[in-house]
Ligand binder design. Sequence first.
Ligand code: SF4
Length: 735
Amino acid sequence: QPREQLEAVDSVCPYCGVGCALTYYVDRERGAISFAEGRDQPGSKSRLCVKGRYGWDYAASPQRLTVPLIRREESYPKGALSADVRGEYNDRGRTEGGNRSGGKKGRDGKRKPGGLVDYNEVMPHFREATWEEALDLVASKLKEIHATQGPGAIAGFGSAKCSNEEAYLFQKLIRAGFGTNNVDHCTRLCHASSVAALFEGVGSGAVSTTYGDVANADIVIITGSNPTANHPVASSFFKQARRRGTKIVYVDPRASTVAEHADYHCQVKPGTDVAFYNAIMHEVIRLGLIDRDFIRERVSNYDELARTVADYPPERAAQITGVDADLIRTVAREWGEAGAGVIYWGMGISQHTTGTDNARCLIALCSITGNVGRPGTGLHPLRGQNNVQGASDAGLIPMFYPDYQGVDRDATRQRFEQAWGTQLDPNRGLTVTEIIGSVLKPGGVRGMYMLGENPFLSDPNINKVRKALAALDFLVVQDIFLTETAEFADVILPASSYLEKEGSYTNTDRRVQLGRKVMAPPGQARVDWEIVQDIAQRIGLDWNYGSPSEIFDEMVALMPSYANLRHDNLGLSGKLYPNEDPEHSDGTVVLFDERFNTDDGLAHLVPAQWLPAKELPDAEYPLVLNTGRLLEHWHTGSMTRRSFALDTISPIPEVYMHPKDAADRGLAHGERVRVRSRRGEIELQVRISHREQLGNCFIPFHFREAAANLLTIDEIDPYGKIPEFKFCAIQVEAL
Ligand code: SF4
């Protein structure tokens, strides 16, 4: 169809935290999207990566859930297919590598991407139900568990794929309807440690400046991040800034393509970030490059920090990190002498048992050099999912109501009790990782409501997850596909993709944007907020929301940071929060220009000592595993592996190995290997990669048929409770 005969619908990309603005061109005759195009907006400037441009056809997949499903009584044990596909259902977690031919035939006779759930095998475990029957069953079962085993036996697991309004309603349902704060989402697996450190250090979990502000920086540190793959459009801003003179220091164990655009690549050994940044601070202080006025007026606990980093001269850090001491000195001088610097970080910083300490060091480095609160300065954890910032803002976390207002503060709780008309739990709830552990203990969680998440593939040590999901008394999964996790459900509720509903999403920059409805949900699938409201009504809550904008207005009234925002003043580009005057302003780019958000207005420095990772390599498991994402895929692949273009470009799981590590084992590129950790094993192909460090391997976690999280360890950071996805010991051997 010519462009002028297509209907243009403005929306937002659903994948990464960059949240690119785009327009879908819809052929109403065919009832399908013809193509997508980037739209001008300050944070994306009409750019899109391959996921935004081509990754929307999954919504029209014949595998969409279109009718409520209830598990047949005789179909236990739960997750039988997962056991079949991945190997024996036992403690060894052995898998057979799934489908090796690259695809098998689905219900429609067409070849499906390898490794996805085969509906022919799963569907017989379920029977179709009416919405009335399914919702009645959900409400009655959750109410029964609540009545017989107490509020703490219920848990809600929401999603950063959902809109702000859906996240707000979901956490309100769990808190107001079931009297527990056991509600969390995938931020626990992504930036929970960053948020813990930021909240403690500067009193706010959000970024202090945007990625576009890189244009005003003299120098930036990009650390623990591969933005080319994970935040591609933000990465284009970084590369553009470098061409205009901004220096880039890249600190990462992998030599990803960002290293080719960097002035300095500090290829630290995995898990040594605290030692590296303590040494940088050691040098900055030794050279007198600190900002004394800023420290005197705006920082607390500097002296203790200085005493701690005094023990980290570059030579000692070089031994720990593997980075040459002279390079550490050079980077420290460059950073200290620069007029303005920003630190951008990713999950290579946050996904460690020392994740909070890692982020504390970054906060301290910016603070002692006065690099916060001015254009071209600041702290920016690059958020993973498109709405992980918004879902966290909306209170989808166990320790905070919306806008990071503590559940354990009496005055705050009373304000929410008044607003929601019910008594609330005064105790912090369990995090995602704690909920899984709790299910396996007496007196723990027994009933769970899962909205748009797939912990079977995304959580660490998934043999433990599999046992927990199977052990629940009742699991309801609301999703658009029959995911690996949904195989364990008692009730499956067919939900809507972001293309099928209205709602707001908040990107990594704090930009709140509207996603608009492009098409109707398929079959009987329904909009998520309506399903949540139907369950709320069935458990006795007097909810009668008429639209997402009505929900947004209630949410904003409880969230000072979002003050003045409404759906009808977000415009086509969205607005940054905080925003005094959304009608006339894009919002605030740089936070903390006068004071931090802490009670005393100061940045609170928390010194950290370097600690090694929890499971170090040894003779039996000599290599270190790092997990992460590829450019073409997203998280557990439920969407991107059903996107024709994306799955065609990147169809199979691979383990990325340094050439010498491969040669030492006699492995050639493309050869199949078995990768084993103390928790499980998978089989996949070798990719010889010069981007890996000697002794380190990388496996993306998108692939069901070689699930990387069978290998990962479920040790967590003590503050942010985030798992150590970036470090565990493995062995690799030829098959
Ligand atoms: Fe979507 Fe992120 Fe790519 Fe933008 S950079 S198109 S938000 S995946």
